[in-house]
Design a protein around this ligand. Structure first.
Ligand SMILES: Cc1cc2nc3c(=O)[nH]c(=O)nc-3n(C[C@H](O)[C@H](O)[C@H](O)COP(=O)(O)O)c2cc1C
Length: 358
């Protein structure tokens, strides 16, 4: 009998993973003010290429989709070259890298965007939340009330995701991940607390699902569904999100996504949340499942052996252990997590965690 371990290679759709240790998406705020890729980002991802698959930090697909300072974008063809340096560096080390596409919708403040960009969402309901801005040496500002999108504008927003996927593939990414949680735009359309629309983009469960499903379909249309994964977390309250019945919403969403044949579903278990996310996704989703949240390597191995997921994503451990997969394989000691400099500009707390000496 052979067990699946963290070191067993996997194929999710068209994506080849040399092991099942996935690097979770983490915003680190090291891009330029206009979302440009910096040299330290290239080196950061290169250092972590031992992961079975790297999922990048959230990347905005349009200027309206940006909400945080110093996050990277992929909106214009001239941004392809910067990302190409990242994918080349990871591929040169034998890694696989997927770009997370993140449109923040209403989770935004004007100071973090270009002056001509606006904040849009399904309905004119502000997130009761504050975001960091670099202004005045660093201030927290409340999220703005989003302008509700007209129905006729929504296909244009869906096209931003399609175009971003196209650019990501031009930049050499192996795949893309649709960020469908943490209160960002797709989650805003899905959830009763943020979607009060009466048209075909809301109003009923099917209406609330429509944006998510059409975005996933548009991304899959670029080069097939095997290069597209998605992240969902039923019951995730982050960024002031609320849904009356997340279990119902996400069962219906996964049933609607199954026929698309996407590469994988990725969830965060949120042990204290209202829904058993791993169980729900395992039951309702037909394809490969990546699980995440506070896993130690030992617990992750057990979870794979029990079939709770097909790979495990590690976030904070990847900050301090750039060679996490290699350490797990060698059963070496792990560096403890470290929250200093998480979102600070510059290399400190970003590039200075050593790999294990051999
Ligand atoms: C600094 C930081 C930034 C994060 N940024 C993102 C992000 O851009 N996209 C996303 O989907 N999740 C993001 N997350 C959540 C992580 O992907 C992951 O779900 C979380 O850290 C739990 O996993 P862990 O216990 O292994 O760290 C972030 C987490 C951290 C710590």
């Amino acid at each position: 009998m052979s067990f699946v371990t963290l070191m067993t290679p996997a194929r999710f759709g068209s994506l080849n993973l040399k092991n099942r240790v996935v690097m979770a998406p983490m915003t680190r705020s090291r891009a330029g003010v206009d979302g440009e890729i910096t040299d330290i980002m290239v080196e950061y991802y290169r250092q972590r290429a031992g992961a079975g698959m790297i999922i990048t930090e959230g990347v905005y697909p349009s200027e309206n989709g940006k909400g945080y300072c110093r996050t990277p974008g992929l909106v214009h063809p001239d941004q392809v070259t910067g990302w190409q340096r990242v994918t080349d560096a990871v591929h040169a080390e034998g890694g696989t890298i997927v770009m997370q596409v993140m449109h923040v919708g209403r989770v935004a403040v004007a100071d973090n965007k270009r002056p001509d960009a606006e904040t849009v969402g399904p309905s004119a309901i502000a997130a009761n939340w504050k975001l960091f801005t670099d202004n005045g040496g660093g201030t927290m500002q409340p999220c703005v009330v989003p302008r509700p999108l007209d129905g006729h504008e929504i296909p244009g927003v869906i096209d931003e995701y399609r175009r971003c996927t196209e650019l990501a593939f031009e930049a050499g990414f192996d795949g893309v991940e649709l960020h469908g949680t943490s209160g960002y735009l797709p989650a805003q359309f899905l959830s009763t607390g943020t979607n009060r629309r009466k048209d075909e983009w809301g109003g009923s469960l099917n209406g609330r699902l429509r944006f998510f499903v059409e975005v996933a379909d548009a991304m899959a249309g670029v080069d097939g569904p095997g290069r597209v994964g998605f992240r969902v977390v039923p019951g995730n309250p982050y960024n002031d999100l609320h849904d009356d019945d997340p279990e119902e919403t996400f069962r219906a969403l996964l049933a609607a996504l199954n026929p698309l044949g996407l590469a994988y579903c990725h969830t965060i278990r949120l042990p204290h949340g209202p829904v058993d996310n791993e169980r729900l996704c395992r039951q309702a989703w037909n394809g490969p499942l990546i699980i995440n949240d506070s896993y130690s390597p030992e617990e992750a191995s057990d979870a794979l052996e029990l079939g709770r997921g097909d790979a495990v994503a590690f976030g904070r451990l990847y900050i301090t252990n750039p060679d996490l997969a290699e350490r797990i394989e060698a059963r070496a000691e792990l560096a403890p997590t470290d929250a200093a400099h998480i979102y600070d500009p510059g290399p400190e707390g970003y590039l200075d965690f050593p790999t294990r000496s051999v």
